[in-house]
Design a protein around this ligand. Structure first.
Ligand SMILES: Cc1ncc(COP(=O)(O)O)c(C=O)c1O
Length: 407
């Protein structure tokens, strides 16, 4: 007979999913509410409200798409794309290719600008290319999780605004960990997830959009068959997906609450608590906590004599990519960390597969005790595998950061 499962104790220092605050888990175990129960609608409304400051927007247009982050990305993108539309995507890491994949499947004409994954673009280079390509949409990644690099967006956003080009940004790896200023940077649509710095389990994607994007989505609205009456017009330009139809989602999350899917109650309870905890801590304090823990991770890794991949000036605070020393088996190290210490770190993808490990520093996992634990466990593991590292220095270097910060 199958026995009850056992969830082992873990210290999760990957770039997501991360550890969940027990208060979020507690909130998620609350009793069920019907999806149109006013008590539940209030939770949805408040979730929409609490998402906004973290996106850096005053726009009233925020909602959650049920599904992992890519559900929100897909909904946001395919709602803007009509067949043949030109979408320009600068890629300095893996997730730009996800945007391209989604846009291509939505029959866009995708134009990419590619570079090595060790640094983001100069914004001037992106703008020069936008002038040449003249796209309808520019889609970009704020923080590339696969290589830990962060892209500045303000000049690109300002240029897109001046030209009436839609600017869509994936801030999945930065939302609630690193400042994001949707309004100031001229971003029309931004998408985040829950499993990284929001510290809520996967399953919801958070989307914010300005009035221009809202108007465009709604211009493609067609009420679903089965609830449509003779008075409801059909729309030749309706969005091809039903589940990821932003125009229907806007009506579902809006005051008219037109029935679409059945909203996930437990995740909305968790999201409410997750967002509230972030706002209670204070956004600037949250960013500062990530900054400090990042400094400690970097100091510890460098004290071991390990090299950090990519440009340090543009490295995200939420991910530290470490070059794997020659002759060391990447998987043997991550397996040993998990089996012996219950500590999880990650590898990477594409050209960085087998070349780097990534230590995440996100949300509820971004805590001093986790940082000290991952550094001591990594050091002991590398010593076990005879890697040429400086012994006994990593934790001291990280402690120095914390103690100097406190004094
Ligand atoms: C920057 C970025 N975008 C998109 C995704 C896709 O997210 P999900 O796995 O939640 O669909 C990820 C996942 O790690 C990510 O880091």
């Amino acid at each position: 007979m199958i026995k009850d499962f056992n969830i082992p104790q873990r210290t999760i220092m990957t770039p997501g999913p991360v550890e969940i605050n027990p208060k979020v888990l507690q909130a998620m175990s609350n009793r069920m509410l019907g999806q149109f129960d006013p008590a539940f609608l209030k939770i949805m409304d408040e979730n929409q409200e609490m998402m906004r400051p973290i996106f850096g927007t005053k726009s009233a247009n925020t909602l959650a798409v049920d599904g992992t982050s890519r559900s929100g990305i897909e909904a946001a993108l395919i709602g803007l794309i009509e067949p043949g539309d030109k979408v320009f995507i600068p890629a300095y890491g893996r997730f730009a290719y996800l945007l391209a994949e989604i846009a291509e499947r939505a029959q866009a004409e995708v134009v990419m600008m590619e570079k090595e994954w060790d640094a983001p673009f100069e914004q001037a280079d992106i703008i020069a290319k936008i002038k040449e390509v003249q796209p309808k949409i520019v889609a970009m990644i704020h923080g590339e999780t696969a290589n830990g690099q962060l892209q500045s967006l303000d000049e690109v956003g300002a240029y897109c605004q001046s030209q009436g080009i839609f600017f869509l940004v994936d801030c999945v790896a930065t939302y609630a960990g690193i400042e994001f200023k949707m309004d100031d940077w001229g971003v029309n649509v931004a998408i985040a997830g829950t499993q990284k710095c929001v510290s809520v389990p996967t399953g919801l994607s958070l989307v914010a959009f300005d009035d221009k994007a809202k108007e465009f989505y709604l211009s493609r609205y067609q009420k679903e068959r089965g609830i449509r009456t003779e008075d409801d017009p059909t729309n030749d330009r309706h969005i091809s997906s039903n589940y990821l139809d932003m125009s229907q989602l806007i009506h579902y999350w809006g005051p008219d609450r037109i029935n679409h899917h059945t909203e996930v109650s437990a995740l909305n309870y968790g999201l409410h608590t997750g967002l509230r905890l972030i706002l209670e801590e204070g956004l600037e304090n949250v960013f500062q906590r990530h900054r400090l823990n990042n400094d400690a991770i970097v100091a510890g890794v460098q004290a071991m004599g390990l090299e950090i991949f990519g440009n340090l000036d543009t490295k995200m605070n939420t991910v530290t990519p470490i070059l794997i020393p020659e002759g060391i088996d990447p998987n043997a190290v991550t397996d040993f960390l998990l089996e012996q210490f219950g500590v999880e770190i990650a590898g990477s993808f594409g050209p960085l597969f087998g070349k780097i490990w990534r230590i995440g520093n996100m949300g509820h996992s971004s805590r001093r005790e986790n940082v000290l634990q991952v550094l001591s466990a990594l050091e002991a593991t590398l010593i076990h595998f005879d890697a040429p590292i400086n012994k006994g220095e990593a934790v001291q270097a990280a402690l120095d950061i914390y103690l100097n910060h406190a004094s």
